[in-house]
Design a protein around this ligand. Sequence first.
Ligand SMILES: [Zn+2]
Length: 155
Amino acid sequence: MSRIRGKDTSIEVMVRRYLFSRGLRFRKNDRRYPGHPDVVLPKWHAVVFVNGCFWHMHEGCARHTMPKSNVEFWTAKLMRNRERDEAQHRQLQAMGWRVIVVWECELGKRDRRSRLERLYEQIVGGSIDGSVDDGAGGTGDGGPESPENHRRVAS
Ligand SMILES: [Zn+2]
């Protein structure tokens, strides 16, 4: 009950409902895995995190703005969140899971349908595209991509 990530918020429910309606079966908030992924799909070796843009510091996202007061407190807290996320994703990937992150801002009315369809493809298609965490275990600090391009998949 005292977990940091808010569970069963509406966006998580929305994602689960969609995946279920597409015939996928999964476990929820499985505590055996780092970070308790919102959706665990053993059959597809995939885990899904549905992340709030504020708490998980979605970079370059309009919904992620630092509070005006207690800036230092919030910066430290949210940076910790993000570092923890990254560490957990790396752990999961090392365990052979594909880690897929869906951001709150991708689930707005306008983009929701296409994002959910893409999520489904990421899961069953097994594309590397579904694996986020830029550069983790890869060749280091990715190339000089433009920040705009980063928005879509970036960690
Ligand atoms: Zn966002």
